[in-house]
Design a protein around this ligand. Structure first.
Ligand SMILES: Nc1ncnc2c1ncn2[C@@H]1O[C@H](COP(=O)(O)OP(=O)(O)O)[C@@H](O)[C@H]1O
Ligand SMILES: CC(=O)N[C@@H](CCC(=O)OP(=O)(O)O)C(=O)O
Length: 288
């Protein structure tokens, strides 16, 4: 088969998926670990733009843990994590806000703009999107999400913009909170009634053995998550991520997956083919 026919065949195979997701809201959480280099980011942003172009209403929620770590290190501020959450004193909070809402957010917006699509970079503080409160005094300014106001996001996607949201929230008294980006993304997906929630990370999905990339667990029922946690199979940043997937499932999001952003066009493979990659978190009664 000539390569032109091959390309056309692949494109036409995507048609049922394009129709399935037409006008549907999909939230992509783009984790800092999958932002390793410019090429990786370009690939993910190309997928975001292509999906938007074919009619998906895409919302991008991003983290930036490694960017925050690097800036804190330059400033000689140490980082500590408890169950995957950064202990955040006021000085650290200022850095988190500066890096996430500034460098990381605007870099992604700029990349989308260069691909001739329209993005608007905001934080969870804009339009009261993420209303938060202190999660635990020992974690300092780490926020737990009390409420999501999706109005601004609906307005942006209805006007054809891709909202690019940094995971910083605030309360009615002006306190600013560092919100784990997985938690921000899953709460936003729930509030928007999203069809799909895709977590883009730097691992193939949930692995049985973190040293063996072939030990991928393809599907995890929500009821088995706590056992995996107790057995130490999931640890660190994977703990909030998998629990956020479970929250999405409980909030009625149809499909929740963790995929590897290092695989070129992982989001397209996930959404526009039946090859499904990564780990899917499923509710009770899901047919295997
Ligand atoms: N069972 C597991 N399978 C895969 N990764 C795991 C597992 N348990 C813990 N992890 C860790 O979780 C990390 C992904 O979470 P996180 O660092 O928060 O990523 P992101 O920046 O994409 O949100 C992986 O890089 C890996 O170190
Ligand atoms: C409370 C908490 O831990 N907040 C995260 C926010 C960024 C984030 O979640 O980034 P990733 O998605 O790249 O991990 C942090 O300070 O690193």
């Amino acid at each position: 088969m000539s390569s032109a026919i091959e390309k056309a065949t692949i494109l036409s195979q995507a048609l049922p998926y394009i129709q399935k997701y037409d006008n549907k809201i999909v939230v992509i959480k783009y984790g800092g670990n999958a932002m390793e280099n410019e090429q990786l980011k370009q690939n993910v942003m190309q997928d975001v733009v292509l999906l938007t172009q074919v009619g998906v209403k895409l919302v991008l929620v991003h983290g930036g843990g490694p960017d925050i770590n690097a800036t804190l290190k330059q400033m000689h501020i140490e980082s500590h994590f408890v169950n995957g959450l950064r202990v955040t004193d006021q000085e650290t909070m200022n850095v988190v806000q500066m890096v996430l809402a500034g460098k990381t957010n605007k870099n992604l917006v700029n990349m989308i703009s260069m691909l001739h699509a329209k993005a608007v970079g905001i934080t969870g503080m804009d339009g009261h999107i993420i209303q938060a409160s202190q999660k635990d005094p020992e974690l300092g300014c780490v926020g737990q999400i009390d409420e999501i106001d999706p109005e601004l996001i609906f307005k942006l996607i209805d006007d054809g913009y891709i909202p690019v949201i940094a995971s910083v929230g605030c309360d009615a008294h002006g306190n600013v909170y560092n919100v784990n980006a997985d938690m921000a993304a899953s709460a936003i997906a729930g509030a928007l009634g999203a069809e799909n929630m895709i977590f883009v990370s730097n691992v193939p999905g949930v692995l049985k053995d973190q040293n063996d990339p072939h030990s991928l667990i393809r599907k995890i029922p929500v009821s088995e998550i706590s056992e995996l946690e107790k057995a130490g199979i999931i640890s660190g940043g994977m703990i909030p991520k998998v629990n956020c997937c479970a929250d999405c499932v409980r909030q009625g999001v149809n499909k929740t997956v963790i995929i590897d952003g290092r695989v070129p066009h992982a989001c397209l493979i996930e959404m526009l083919s039946d090859e499904g990659i990564g780990t899917m978190i499923v509710g009770e009664g899901y047919e295997f």
